[in-house]
Each structure stands twice: as structure tokens, then as C-alpha cells.
Design a protein around this ligand. Sequence first.
Ligand code: SAH
Length: 252
Amino acid sequence: MSINNTSSNSGFVSLVGAGPGDPDLLTVKGLRVIQAADVVVYDRLVSEDILALADSSAEMIYVGKQLDFHCVPQDQINQILVQKAQEGKRVVRLKGGDSFIFGRGGEELEELAKFGIKYEVVPGITAAAGATAYAGIPLTHRDHAQSVQFITGHVQKDGREIEWASLAQSNNSLVFYMGLKQSGHICDKLITHGLSAQTPCAIIENGTRPEQRVLNGTLETLPELAKGAVSPALIVIGSVASLGERLGWFHQ
Ligand code: SAH
């Protein structure tokens, strides 16, 4: 695969967030660009119903996790986007949720910018917004939380630790992405930094999908709760997390 690093012809890349699962949560703009795409480069968490919106002549390229759980390396994905755009194609780069929330959208745009390729970003509903909406958990609420933070449960690229002291505030809602395996660590760190062991927690698995399931507990019971949960799942920690037991509305 050869790539020129000169400004290219009329190729164009739309970085589209597909939303968290329910295909009806795709934006109208997302729908339009998918329908007009020559090439769709997509990830694992994009639903079949959304992929089916592409024209039957569109080239569909899967770059998500394979059966052996290895991803197509990021530089190879970047290379595909650049090459297809340089061929003059309308490329849709389709990701679960929102591309700029733990979606490496920024890294892909940096690569496109480097090659002078034109692009746009079509936002999507991120899992934290979609899954909590369907679980009846308002992330802010005047009686419970004045702020919300989205945190990755993944160990950082350079091994840097999360600033736990700033997270462990009782009037704050925390949403951990990719946190199931790290739930023991998350629980220990937050309790050590002063958050009550009785703080409500919810794990939302398969948010907004027909198989959505919400598990409720407290910070102390979170690691036990996580053992019984499947991916994709979000961990919500904070006083708001218990509201879903009363306000949840999405039951199959
Ligand atoms: N860009 C995506 C996040 C990608 S990281 C977004 O904005 O939503 C992948 C993580 O997102 C998963 O490990 C899980 O923690 C979360 N996630 C994605 N879809 C989800 C869903 N339907 N329900 C619960 N969590 C989800």
C-alpha cells in the first residue's frame, strides 16, 4: 500500500458516531452520510441494522476486534482511510457511540490532517448518555450530582494513574468505560480516597439494546457485581446510580 503525503483529490472522510446500540439512535446526518458512502470502515460495536443502511455497492471494511481479540492496528486503519480518500472515495469511518469519547477519533483526524485530506465529524450518542438514559439514571440531578466525569478503566498508554482524589467526591457522578476487569482497583482507589463504601453503583450492560441489563449495588459490592456482568458494559458510581431502580423504563 503506497501513500503520497501530498494534498489529494476530492476524497472525503466522515467520522461518524453510530450511537450505543439501538440503531434508531443514529443521527439524521449520520444516516445521510452512510447512505452516500462509497466505503464504510467500521468497528465491532456498530449494529448490523446501521451497516445495512449503506448502499449495496458500498465497500464495507471491518477493522474491529477479530475472534482472537486482536484489533487491526491503528496505523493500518489510518492507512486505509488515507488511501481510500486519496482514491477520491467518500469514506465513512463508523464507530460505536461517539468518535471523540474513547474512540480514537482524534488520532485518526490527526493522520487525515497530515495528508491534507478533507473531513467532517458527525457526533454520536456516547454510551454514557445512551445507556444511562435507557436505564433511567440521570447523570446530573439537583439533589444528587452537580458534575459528571467519563473515565476509562483501561490502563493508560504511558502507565499514568488516574487522579483518584478528584473523582472521589460525593456530589459527582462517575462513568467508567471498559472498567469491568478493573472494578476491584476502581473500588479500592475510590474508597481509599474517601468515597463512602455505601455509594450506589450500577453496571449497565448492552445499554439501549434489547438485551440491556442493569445490575445494582454499592461501591463495596462492585467487584462482586462485575463478576456477573458481560461486555460491553458501563459502571456508574454515585448517588444517581440508585435512581434507575425507580426511574428505569426500558424493560424487554
Ligand atoms: N466511543 C464509544 C466508546 C468506545 S470504548 C462511545 O462513545 O460510547 C468501548 C466501551 O464503551 C465498552 O467497553 C463499554 O464500556 C462502553 N460501551 C459501548 N457501548 C455500550 C453499550 N451499549 N452499553 C454499555 N456500555 C457500552
